[in-house]
Design a protein around this ligand. Structure first.
Ligand SMILES: [Cu+2]
Length: 142
């Protein structure tokens, strides 16, 4: 069943996810049911949310007006921080010393990093080096 599903998805990239697969024409009923059950079992449209929910606490930082907002946050170890670019200007999230580095983030793009080790993480946008932020990872922070 898994193999057959994979074949189906590969052959029909436009209908790989979710509801539309169930409505497509010319698909065998058995495959449609298999896709439906697969969708119910794994909820592919929500897969990313489900994964991050397993990791632990979360926090978010916006990028807008060439600024990280808030510019400094304090989180507990294990927190996944997600940066969201809320403007048309592209940005990156780069920590030169501790090693996380996003790709270029267009509007509405996100980058997430899970902070497991306590410490201060200064980061910046490599496109706009004056655009700086800081994540403080501290046990007991919420
Ligand atoms: Cu930038």
């Amino acid at each position: 069943m898994t193999v057959r599903d994979s074949t189906y998805f590969a052959a029909n990239p436009r209908t790989s996810f979710g509801v539309h697969a169930c409505k497509s024409q010319g698909v065998l009923r058995a495959l449609r049911l298999a896709v439906l059950f697969t969708a119910l079992a794994s909820t592919p449209c929500l897969a990313e949310d489900a994964n991050s929910a397993d990791i632990g606490p979360v926090a978010s930082v916006s990028m807008d007006h060439n600024t990280f907002i808030p510019s400094e946050i304090t989180v507990a170890p294990g927190t996944t921080v997600t940066w969201v670019n809320n403007e048309a200007m592209p940005h990156t999230v780069v920590d030169p010393s501790k090693g996380f580095r996003s790709k270029m983030l267009a509007k509405d793009a996100t980058f997430s990093f899970t902070f497991t080790t306590a410490g201060d993480y200064d980061y910046l946008c490599s496109i706009h080096p004056n655009m700086k932020g800081k994540v403080i990872v501290k046990p007991g922070a919420s």
